[in-house]
Ligand binder design. Structure first.
Ligand code: SF4
Length: 77
């Protein structure tokens, strides 16, 4: 079975300052209220390091990187 990583947000904990979207604009946008919106289901392999840094930088530990089984991750650009 294939495994990949995906980002998840604890929407209760998130304070919407948008640091994650600044660090990982390839995968995270902000909605009209400044809260993050994640694009896609799987983190591409070439963005995994950036995703880990964004997770580590979240000031309230609201951003997580999860391992998931299922679809193949998109190919590296
Ligand atoms: S860095 Fe954390 S608290 Fe800030 S918008 Fe992203 S998920 Fe929310």
């Amino acid at each position: 079975m294939n495994r990949h990583h995906r980002l998840a947000i604890d929407r209760i904990a998130c304070d919407g300052r948008g640091l994650c979207a600044e660090l990982l604009p390839e995968l995270i946008d902000l909605d009209e209220w400044g809260y993050p919106v994640i694009h896609g289901q799987a983190v591409p392999a070439d963005l995994l390091g950036h995703a880990r840094r964004a997770v580590a930088a979240c000031p309230v530990l609201a951003l997580r990187l999860e391992r998931a089984a299922g679809d193949r991750p998109p190919p590296a650009a």
